[in-house]
Design a protein around this ligand. Sequence first.
Ligand SMILES: Cc1cc2nc3c(=O)[nH]c(=O)nc-3n(C[C@H](O)[C@H](O)[C@H](O)COP(=O)(O)OP(=O)(O)OC[C@H]3O[C@@H](n4cnc5c(N)ncnc54)[C@H](O)[C@@H]3O)c2cc1C
Length: 362
Amino acid sequence: MAVPVLIIGAGIIGCAIARELSARGVHVQIIDDRPVAGGATQASAGILAPYIEAHDRGLLLDLGVRSLALYDDWIAAVSGDAGVPIEYRRPGTLEIALDADHAADLRRATSGGNPQWLDRDATCALEPALGSIEGALFVTTHGYVAAPELTAALARAAEHHGATFRRSRAERIERVSSHLRVVTASGAIDADRVVLAAGSWTGALAGDRWAAAPVRPVRGQLLQLGWQGPPVTRILWGPECYIVPRADGSLLVGATVEDVGFDERATAAGVRDLLDAACELLPQGWGATFMNVRVGLRPATPDDLPLVGEGETEGLVYATGHYRNGVLLAPLTARLVADLIVEGKRDPALEMLAPGRFASRT
Ligand SMILES: Cc1cc2nc3c(=O)[nH]c(=O)nc-3n(C[C@H](O)[C@H](O)[C@H](O)COP(=O)(O)OP(=O)(O)OC[C@H]3O[C@@H](n4cnc5c(N)ncnc54)[C@H](O)[C@@H]3O)c2cc1C
């Protein structure tokens, strides 16, 4: 018998959709050959900062702001369903200018979110660990979530509502009479609908003329440092790196942006560049404890917007290509996909996110 919905990919996007659909009473199966959150999601800094990520960038900013507005209630619901706490805080971001030109640019920024310009003294009064800076743009509504922890909670919440997980790699998707067949190394699974949430690996599976090509991997490396200096309480966003202060007192430092195909290695150059950038902001960084480096492949598209919605093949729904903002956009993506599958409701934003938008339809 065909499962109603099969989701390929147990990253934050696949798990968010699984939880949303199963909470609405749909039976869902998820397959992934990696553990939950084992792709880009495990490397994510989890920053929720639409007004920085999408300075003046139309639809991406709108989507980010919409999704951020869902976050408080979403975290409470997921945490309740899963029965586990999730590290989620909204301490605000300080977008830091190191010189007068950058300060002038930031002061002109019209990115919304009620940004407040702080001069050097006001910024350092908030964050005494900062070194030599010009000032900072403070957006109080921004925050972060522990992305792997959240994704594990989403998976657990989905299971609580009846979803099932299977460790398996999808090899191809075929249309077979009234349903779709996903062929895996351990047998075929028939499904009424398939949601493709395979992140950077989407292209290998899509087999769909419209959407096969555009998702490409962009490597990101992220460091975790044990911090012994004066407390850092807000997210610091410098010209060459960002720094996220975690509840355990450690700092996340990210992230490199590298076009190196499917290479998931951490490199000496990546670590060096991030340490240089972090210590430019926090001079005491050279004395920090090096805890670990994580690497992930961000699923990028030509216009930096995700692919969400129906593809060319009937029954196949895309939810991929979230590039630098998959954590921020997860609750909204889950809602848009569930509305589409359960109610046949097409949010107006789906038109701009259509998986076929890059294809020539001649
Ligand atoms: C260093 C770094 C920092 C980041 N920081 C932020 C941030 O601060 N804020 C933010 O919002 N975003 C951030 N991102 C981006 C964010 O992590 C991604 O957009 C998000 O994780 C994408 O989620 P996903 O579920 O689409 O992909 P993934 O997490 O990559 O999951 C895709 C899953 O699909 C599985 N899969 C693929 N092919 C198959 C197949 N054939 N069969 C079965 N399973 C398959 C993979 O194994 C994988 O588990 C960051 C990314 C990186 C790398």
